[in-house]
Design a protein around this ligand. Structure first.
Ligand code: KG4
Ligand code: ZN
Length: 366
């Protein structure tokens, strides 16, 4: 079964065609992505109106490119020649109608204008191709990024840590289509904290990778001067988290330096911020594993691209008594992409009545 998936919840326009392999994992036949994130670096954050307009412009070329790659991959023949010959959109459309079994799309949560571009495009294609339409929760998509590639799928029950720009949640996946939220932030998301702190340092959006880059520079110099940022709620005894106090403490540290924030200061602050965020996320993950004893642990979301977080979680699990297998998506499937939406649809495909599907910017995780 081939699933055509669209993701447009933030500033990406992403399309992918995926299918399940006989090993039970998800194979990506073809994908394409366009991002307007560079346009938001100057504004220090995503401007919704700008993002949605760019998505309208990018949608057809991205659909075309993803279909072209999928067609080539599924034929497995003379790829270069086919690619260089170019394939007309009409012909691709015919191929899709014949080969695609289902259309999946991110329904929410996200920015309304952006979601609408994806949802309305998906509805149109589902109607044109006469295929069922499956609305997918973006956050479920992040979890299912862990089913892409690899040799064997995660075993259930699994615990998941979704850490993105807008969400930080710990979820228990009992079975496919059966999720329970067991912890998470009560205020800012971890990614939001990184983005806002980066902005205070004058770094471009998105801030997470910038903080990580500076922190690595500091690490390389091996001058360990701690500034003592808090680890909020680390020992709260439950699975709740908070990142707004950390952000406030960070801002105070920057303000205390006045006008003279040097490159070295920035690196040191970024280092300490990354340490604080990662320490809390890893600690809460271990506490959750201790409580629920899952078979698998699924790290996911944009912040899961962070190399310190990936490394630390792996190390701490290795050194623990937990018999849990850690899954972490490839970096490109941590940040927003369409393959993860297709993967979620592979395992949760109750088709909806097209006329009732609508974008839902505030869609809850469960
Ligand atoms: O999942 P995602 O692409 O979009 C949302 O659904 O929000 O996550 C974006 C978040 C941003 O806050 C970004 O700063 C963060 O992921 N991020 C990172 C890294 N790459 C992206 N944070 C830390 N380290 C990274 N390497
Ligand atoms: Zn996301």
């Amino acid at each position: 079964m081939k699933i055509f998936a669209i993701e447009t919840s933030m500033d990406e326009t992403a399309v992918a065609v995926v299918e399940q392999t006989d090993k039970g994992v998800v194979r990506v036949l073809g994908e394409a992505i366009a991002s307007s994130s560079e346009m938001h670096t100057k504004t220090g954050g995503v401007v919704p109106e700008v993002a949605a307009r760019e998505q309208v412009v990018a949608m057809i070329p991205v659909v075309r490119e993803a279909l072209q790659r999928s067609k080539v991959e599924s034929r497995r023949s003379n790829q270069e020649q086919l690619m260089s010959e170019g394939v007309e959109i009409v012909e691709l459309n015919r191929w899709a109608r014949k080969n695609i079994d289902m259309v999946a799309v991110t329904q929410g949560p996200g920015m309304i204008g952006s979601l609408l571009v994806g949802v309305e495009t998906a509805k149109t294609l589902a109607l044109t191709w006469e295929k069922p339409l499956v609305p997918i929760n973006h956050l479920w998509g992040h979890l299912y990024a862990n089913w892409i590639g690899g040799d064997k799928p995660p075993e259930l029950p699994a615990l998941g840590l979704i850490v993105s720009g807008g969400h930080t949640d710990i979820v228990l996946m009992h079975k496919h289509n059966n999720l329970e939220v067991v912890g998470g932030t009560g205020d800012d998301a971890a990614g939001e904290c990184l983005d806002k702190c980066a902005r205070v340092l004058g770094l471009p959006y998105p801030g997470g990778p910038e903080i990580s880059r500076l922190a690595d520079k500091f690490e390389a110099k091996k001058t360990k001067i701690k500034i003592g940022l808090p680890r909020p709620m680390k020992d709260s005894g439950d699975l709740m988290m908070s990142f707004s106090g950390l952000k406030a403490a960070f801002v105070r540290e920057v303000q205390a330096l006045g006008d003279g924030v040097s490159e070295e200061d920035k690196e040191r602050l970024a280092y300490e911020l990354q340490e604080a965020v990662v320490e809390v996320l890893v600690e809460k993950s271990l506490q959750a594993m201790d409580k629920y004893k899952p078979k698998s642990f699924l790290l996911c979301g944009g912040v899961a691209a962070n190399s310190l977080l990936r490394r630390e979680l792996e190390l701490k699990i290795q050194n623990s008594q937990f018999k849990v297998q850690l899954f972490v998506p490839e970096v490109r499937y941590c940040t927003d992409n369409a393959a993860m939406i297709g993967a979620a649809a592979v395992f949760n495909h109750s088709p909806a009545d097209i006329s009732t599907v609508s974008a839902d910017p505030a869609l809850d995780l469960v």
